[in-house]
Design a protein around this ligand. Structure first.
Ligand code: GLC
Length: 648
């Protein structure tokens, strides 16, 4: 229904800011009017009964207006270019890399000199790990931010970042950075004021005079870092209070029941949008709403807040997409794309964390059935949204998929997870992997896995043992894992170092600010001399780099790989082989991956029952034509091999 009074109110606010509603700013005006009702409804759902709700709603609308006013011509033009392209982020032409600027090349300025490296590899999208000020030693890799608007001196300055953005523009590269929405550092200005006893800022956090409520919360809130930071509250001696700190004790949870907090953080989001961010990674969105008696994760209010953020961005900076970093159970991940009237109107991207973990499951067991059982959930992703697909990122690998999925393959969930933990931490007798358990929780038996792609695929052990055959197998595994995630649908995000086969880096053990967190073992410091080996034919670095490059190039050639929700899983004629069909218009691509350490035989019926009736298929990976056999004939696949087959 048309809301006359809201329209008048917005017109009045717009005229304060000299917005030319019938002139140059008309498109913005249309977006504002089209979304205003939704913004108001979502806002009221959370803050409607707050004593200052009306006044703060005007502030919110003004914040949206200011964000638009401050948006440069260049970024406004990019907004309209993206709008014309339609769902630009579903494209097969985007491949990303996630990296720590300091560990990759020292500083933001040096990164401009590395743009040629990305171009050569085929990477057109960068995720720069947190760059904003964060106290060294208590930074959680930058996820404990003490100033959301100041680039940490370790990396450079805000101007350096703006210059880098311009250089990336010249190469048509997309940029992603993080907004750490859930918490601030314990030395952020708001936290400092709270410690000094300022009530206004104490209300920015969840602060309590005694342990009564913290104990209540703790009863139902799980521990995120049970080893290094058990519990969800920390004592603050300066003000003699307890503060909620779900992650580390130096990361204080922001209190989003306070609308002032929401408005502050919305302004930060717009500040990042106006730096030219194409995709904003919302860190830990599952945690932003807390409620006694619940796990305080994935609560409906968290989704309402994300939808509100999305609507505001659609008005002020419509070219910026959102990635929700929700590493939660498969059914819960799906909700971050929005539900009901907000389907496909919350986060545009989510990490395909379930699929990622299940790839590791398949690699260890050689059995694809648990992965296939998860597809009922994974395939629910709404049209117009997409995944970040990946094999490794800076975090651990959690085995958070459902027990039902494990059981449907005939395994006992506890024993199955225990096997995977043992396999990747290297304690399973015949395991080639070198990894470690992260955040083991003896209370629940839960543990996640750390380790680089190469080390978990056995390369570290193979090199140490100077075992040429094992090196060969581990390289195959690395490429199998990458290929499987590159063609699934979604934007592949390579983790830096993986393109050159970096094994675990143990230098973190000598740094007291990192030694308590073994995720640092898979966050390497790049040695550019070693990287030179990518140019030397036959080296491990060269083989992995050039094959990764080749996979990216194949992706770029194939529009069928764009994410049109066009994936069909092949029936498991052979449980060791994962296979999917990507089909769009007339183009078809059959992608098959042998997760077994032996030769596998795949019945051609697996293809034919999908309607494939060609007698020959072209394999983009080997560059060979493959004659198609009859049913009951087999495609014979070498251990850890894969094919990307187009019927001719
Ligand atoms: C996200 C980050 C992780 C960090 C946590 C707390 O999950 O990816 O690295 O520890 O948030 O900010």
């Amino acid at each position: 229904m048309y809301n006359y009074s809201l329209h008048q109110h917005i017109n009045a606010l717009l005229s304060k800011h000299n917005i030319a509603i019938a002139g140059d700013d008309n498109l913005f005006y249309v977006r504002m009017i089209a979304n205003a009702d939704a913004i108001q409804d979502l806002y009221n759902e959370i803050y409607g009964d707050h004593p200052k709700a009306t006044e703060l709603f005007s502030n919110l609308i003004e914040s949206v207006i200011r964000a638009y006013v401050n948006r440069s011509e260049n970024f406004r033009k990019k907004d309209s270019d993206k709008a014309q392209k339609g769902d630009w982020f579903l494209s097969n032409t985007i491949t990303g890399m996630s990296l720590y600027v300091d560990r990759f090349c020292g500083s933001i300025n040096n990164l401009s000199d590395k743009l040629g490296y990305f171009e050569r590899l085929g990477v057109s999208f960068l995720h720069l790990m947190p760059l904003f000020e964060s106290p060294e030693g208590k930074s959680d890799g930058g996820y404990a931010v003490s100033n959301f608007r100041k680039v940490d001196e370790r990396f450079g300055t805000l101007d350096d970042l703006k210059k880098l953005r311009q250089h990336m523009d010249q190469q048509d590269m997309y940029l992603m950075i993080d907004i750490v929405l859930n918490h601030t550092s314990y030395v952020h200005e708001w936290a400092t004021k709270a410690k000094q006893g300022d009530k206004q800022y104490q209300d920015y956090f969840y602060m309590f005079d005694d342990r009564r409520l913290p104990d209540e919360y703790d009863k139902t809130m799980p521990d995120i870092f049970p080893e290094s930071s058990p519990g969800n509250f920390s004592y603050v001696p300066e003000c003699n209070k307890w503060v909620m700190s779900v992650f580390h004790d130096y990361q204080w949870d922001l209190n989003y029941t306070n609308p002032a907090v929401f408005l502050e953080m919305l302004d930060v989001i717009f500040f990042y949008a106006n730096l030219g961010v194409d995709i904003l990674r919302i860190d830990a969105p599952a945690f932003i709403w807390k409620q006694l008696g619940t796990s305080s994760q994935n609560l409906p209010q968290a989704h309402t807040l994300l939808q509100l953020i999305k609507q505001c961005i659609l008005v002020a900076a419509p070219g910026m997409a959102l990635l929700g970093e929700a590493i939660v159970a498969p059914k819960e991940i799906m909700k971050y794309f929005g539900t009901g009237a907000y389907t496909a109107k919350e986060c545009d991207f989510a990490y395909n964390a379930t699929q990622m973990a299940l790839q590791w499951d398949m690699l260890a067991t050689g059995d694809t059935r648990v992965m296939l059982a998860a597809q009922n959930d994974i395939l629910q992703k709404p049209y117009g949204t997409t995944w970040l697909t990946y094999t490794r990122c800076h975090d651990d690998i959690g085995l958070g998929y459902g027990d039902d999925m494990i059981e449907s393959a005939g395994y006992n969930p506890y024993q199955h997870r225990k096997f995977l933990q043992d396999y990747y931490s290297g304690s399973y007798p015949s395991s080639p992997a070198t990894g470690a358990l992260f955040s083991s929780n003896p209370k629940t038996g839960d543990a996640r896995i750390s380790g680089s792609l190469a080390s978990l695929c056995g390369l570290e052990k193979a090199i140490n043992e100077n075992d040429a055959d094992a090196i060969e197998i581990s390289i195959r595994k690395i490429l199998l894992m990458q290929a499987h995630s590159f063609f699934l649908g979604g934007v592949p995000m390579i983790f830096y170092g993986d393109e050159a086969g970096y094994t675990n880096d143990y230098s973190y053990l000598t740094d007291p600010g990192k030694s308590y967190d073994n995720r640092w073992m898979h966050r390497p410091v790049i040695n550019w001399q070693k990287n030179e080996l990518i140019n030397e034919a036959g080296t491990i670095e060269n083989r992995i780099f050039s094959d990764t490059q080749k996979l990216i190039a194949i992706r770029k050639k194939l529009p069928v790989i764009a994410d049109h929700k066009n994936i069909t899983w092949l029936n498991p004629y052979n449980i060791h082989v994962a296979g999917y069909l990507r089909k769009y218009g007339k183009q078809e691509l059959y992608c098959v991956f042998n997760f077994s350490n032996s030769v596998s035989y795949l019945d051609w019926a697996a293809f034919k029952e999908q309607g494939m009736n060609s007698t020959i298929m072209y394999d983009y990976w080997t560059g060979m034509m493959l004659p198609v056999g009859y049913n009951d004939d087999y495609l014979i696949m070498e251990p850890y091999s894969f094919h990307l087959l187009e019927p001719q």
